[in-house]
Design a binder for this molecule. Structure first.
Ligand code: SF4
Length: 351
């Protein structure tokens, strides 16, 4: 979508992990993250014209007005800073309407080297732009989470991380941050990391206050994984499947999830076959459209075809319905939020 606002894109941020180049918009009670800053959005038939006052916009398709949309205002906690002068918005950001999200370690052992980097990833961009800090401490995150819950009604927290060189793959820093956030705010938490070498970390994360866990495959076939994410593909899908089974034993059915980016080269059938296996294990497969983020190796790739996405997401929703797995049962995290996909809107509501 093209965003037309004389005051700029507001809450959108270029670069970073998660939904970069996006803006949260609400259309008929559904909040979705829509790319507005990448190359593909400049070619989109959709545009949003912000109305005077800046709280709402009109959505156009090919120049014709088709809907009214709203978008979250700047959260109150963005105006605060820590005692040592770090603005809260550099420590954690508001995602969609009620999620506090942060990348605890803003560096990754795989980033910055063509041989190992995930080609879709922009984790270094927000750091280079000084819109975040390299490492967030448990104390900083506890302070920001308390303020975000108190001032802006944040309901759950996503802790993700770049992958460090240690065998725990970041689980230790995630556990330390989860413990501090939980003690200060009581908010439900999702932690996201690569599978640690020792699956005993799942128990330690749970004990630290993590409510749900994300282990993100990104692509489902070794063919696509090796082409798009050669470093991360060194951990084969088989290891992820073992990690999923182990994590579900600790966190419970439906409290472990994975991100799958539709549009990187896996076919609909390949994605659905993997989703069937994952759901059978008790894992929620959060299938989202691949977004070619500006400044990444894939910035000029076309976004996925709408019909491919529709058919794939409808297929995933049918698998979820058959196994009675629902995003609304996830205690915290991306699957619960759902704003980076339309999967949640396709789920069959509980009778
Ligand atoms: S789905 Fe996850 S990454 Fe996307 S807006 Fe929600 S919390 Fe953020």
């Amino acid at each position: 979508m093209r965003w037309v606002d004389p005051n700029g894109p507001g809450l959108s941020r270029s670069g970073g992990a998660g939904p970069s180049d996006h803006k949260a918009i609400t259309l008929e009670h559904q909040t979705v993250m829509v790319p507005i800053l990448n190359h593909a959005s400049a070619l989109s038939p959709y545009s949003a014209q912000v109305r005077p006052g800046g709280a709402a916009a009109t959505l156009f398709r090919a120049g014709e007005p088709i809907a009214d949309i709203t978008f979250p205002p700047q959260p109150h906690f963005y105006r605060l800073s820590t005692a040592d002068g770090v603005p809260y918005w550099k420590i954690a950001t508001l995602h969609a309407t009620d999620v506090l999200a942060t990348t605890v370690l803003q560096t990754c052992m795989r980033y910055g080297n063509r041989e190992t980097a995930c080609q879709f990833c922009a984790i270094g961009q927000s750091l280079a732009a000084k819109s975040t800090i390299p490492e967030k401490t448990p104390e900083q995150l506890a302070e920001v989470a308390s303020a975000a819950a108190r001032l802006d009604g944040v309901k759950h927290v996503v802790l993700t991380t770049g992958t460090p060189r240690t065998a725990d793959r970041g689980a230790q820093v995630l556990a330390d941050c989860a413990r501090a956030i939980k003690a200060a705010s009581g908010l439900p938490l999702q932690a996201q990391c690569e599978p640690p070498a020792d699956f005993g970390w799942f128990e330690r994360l749970r004990a630290a206050g993590v409510d749900s866990l994300g282990l993100h495959l990104e692509a489902v076939t070794e063919r696509v994984r090796q082409r798009i994410m050669p470093g991360k593909a060194e951990v084969p899908v088989g290891v992820y499947l073992e990690a999923f089974a182990s994590a579900v034993r600790v966190f419970g059915r439906g409290q472990v999830s994975t991100y799958i980016l539709a549009g990187l080269g896996d076919s609909r059938e390949e994605i659905l076959e993997m989703c069937e296996r994952l759901v059978g294990l008790g894992v929620y497969p959060f299938v989202v459209p691949f977004v070619p983020i500006a400044g990444t190796a894939l910035e000029d790739e076309p976004p996925p075809e709408p019909f491919f996405l529709r058919d794939t997401l409808d297929g995933v929703a049918a698998i979820l319905a058959r196994h009675e797995l629902r995003s609304s049962d996830i205690k915290a995290g991306c699957g619960r939020c759902g704003a980076c996909s339309t999967l949640k809107a396709r789920e069959v509501p509980r009778a």
